[in-house]
Ligand binder design. Structure first.
Ligand SMILES: CC(=O)N[C@H]1[C@@H](OP(=O)(O)OP(=O)(O)OC[C@H]2O[C@@H](n3ccc(=O)[nH]c3=O)[C@H](O)[C@@H]2O)O[C@H](CO)[C@@H](O)[C@@H]1O
Ligand SMILES: C=C(OP(=O)(O)O)C(=O)O
Length: 448
């Protein structure tokens, strides 16, 4: 199969159910962070189940700039990361990665421990809200770091060894929780973090750090206690599978009336999604190797859905599932409580024939942080509606995959622009589409 991932328009001829088997590998929201954790060790680490996605390549490049040797291991998807010669990197070289991903912010703690200073370029990531990083800098200051914002990025230094501290996050931020973990493990003394995020990817990062020699206790009330140690070793770890990618394919099966076996999908990290999938009328069957998702042929049912921090319904599951909800009978209500601007992608679905109305109010069970603040963060989806092919421009990672699903479910041909963005978090997605029988073409290229 030859696929040139740098092409940026995909022609999608819709109307064919996706059927077959694909495999998901390690989670986009864990693997790059486990790679950063390797910086903290005094010995090489071995990370398995690593997907070939852009966020991994960005972190690999940043680690190499800081003297970490990163090479493939013996088995496919294995990386060996050797931090024996960590060194300062040239600011201009780091800055070349500006805007590429959100992971560079997590280099702060490890670099402060290893070098006493760090430079963090402007962050990238999906444009789905303001995405401030104030919690990150506040906690780093509490550990004793000094931070200076300049035009090209953030300059940090640790005049002395960072000290454990007591932290209460204003909101259970995934990134800020990881920032605390990656900093506290080598800080002097105990750190107590309350209102922490507890996503499965965070638990897996804690497993990685524990393998390296860290002492981390998780309470049931979102409190994490970390007892700093003087040094850490390497780890051998198989990354947990990508529950976000798995749910995207599950939504694709539902929207296209298909049947997809997602090898690698795990029930434990997807329980909330599976409950919702069942309420919508989707069918699934779980075995030891993965989960089969399919449309059972009966009408899909409308639901009320609120995104939330784990164990709630993950916000990254929302956009692909909304496409399937355009095919459900009745009114579905979506309340997005994690990001204030994650529903803008629906305007293109409306151009395709969907009926989705956005609201500033908090629709659904609870009032969220965005309630009185003028953000269109609730939606009512009225279905079922037939979708027609259209010209689509991908706005963000999950929105992009949602447009692919919509185009595949639609009658006629769609031109999906900006598809390279999907390579940031979906490994070999075009090969997978072809394997599932999708009729897709890269203009001027062979896809199979
Ligand atoms: C690479 C990665 O793992 N990305 C995931 C991570 O993003 P990320 O770690 O960036 O998301 P956070 O959990 O930090 O953000 C959640 C909310 O907190 C706010 N916030 C966050 C930090 C801060 O300093 N100040 C602040 O106000 C954000 O604007 C957002 O409204 O968790 C999100 C929530 O599960 C997922 O959607 C992303 O896929
Ligand atoms: C929002 C996402 O990712 P990031 O935080 O990397 O932008 C996502 O994976 O859907």
């Amino acid at each position: 199969m030859t696929v040139n991932g740098s092409d940026d328009v995909l022609l999608v001829h819709g109307g064919t159910p996706l059927e077959g088997e694909i495999r998901v590998r390690g989670a986009k929201n864990l693997v790059p962070k486990a790679m950063v954790a390797a910086l903290l060790g005094s010995a090489p680490s071995r990370l398995r189940n690593v997907p070939d996605i852009r966020d991994v390549r960005v972190v690999r490049g940043l680690l190499q700039l800081h003297g970490v040797t990163v090479r493939p291991g013996e088995e496919p998807g294995e990386l060996i990361l050797d931090p024996s010669h960590v060194e300062s990197a040239n600011v201009a070289d780091i800055d070349a990665h500006a805007g590429s991903s959100r992971i560079p912010i997590l280099f702060c703690g490890p670099l402060l421990h290893r070098l006493g200073h760090a430079f963090i370029p402007g962050l990238g990531g999906c444009d789905i809200g303001g995405r401030p990083i104030d919690f990150h800098f506040e906690v780093l200051r509490q550990f004793g770091a000094r931070i200076e914002k300049r035009a090209d990025g953030q300059y940090l230094e640790a005049p002395q060894r960072l000290r454990g501290t007591k932290i209460q996050l204003p909101y259970p931020s995934v990134g800020a929780t990881e920032q605390v973990l990656l900093t506290a493990v080598l800080a002097e003394g105990v750190t107590e973090l309350s209102n922490a995020a507890v996503e499965p990817e965070i638990e897996d990062l804690i497993c990685v750090l524990q393998k390296m020699g860290a002492i981390i206790a998780m309470d049931t009330d979102r409190t994490i206690r970390i007892t700093g140690v003087d040094s850490l070793g390497g780890y051998t770890h198989a990354a947990l599978p990508d529950r976000l990618e798995a749910a995207s394919w599950a939504s694709a099966a539902l929207a296209t009336e298909g049947n997809i076996y997602v090898r690698g999908a795990q029930q434990r990290s997807m329980m909330t999604f599976l409950n919702t999938y069942r309420k919508v009328g989707g069918a699934f069957e779980i075995d030891d190797e993965g989960i089969r998702f399919w449309h059972p042929g009966s009408q899909l049912k409308s639901i009320a859905l609120e995104t939330d921090v784990h164990p709630g319904f993950q916000t990254d599951w929302q956009q692909p599932l909304v496409v399937a909800l355009t095919q459900a009978t009745g009114l579905s209500i979506i309340h997005e409580t994690v990001y204030e601007s994650r529903l803008g992608f629906t305007s293109a679905l409306n151009q395709m024939g969907a009926h989705i109305q956005l609201y500033r109010e908090c629709l659904g069970g609870s009032v969220c942080r965005f309630g009185q603040r003028n953000f269109l963060h609730s939606a009512v989806v009225s279905g079922p509606t037939k979708l027609q092919g259209a010209d689509l421009v991908i706005p963000d990672l999950r929105g992009g995959f949602s447009y692919l699903i919509a185009a595949l479910a639609a009658q006629g041909t769609s031109r999906v622009h900006g598809i390279d963005l999907i390579n940031r978090g979906y490994e070999n997605f075009m090969e997978k589409l072809v394997e599932l029988g999708a009729k897709v073409e890269l203009p001027g290229k062979a896809l199979g």
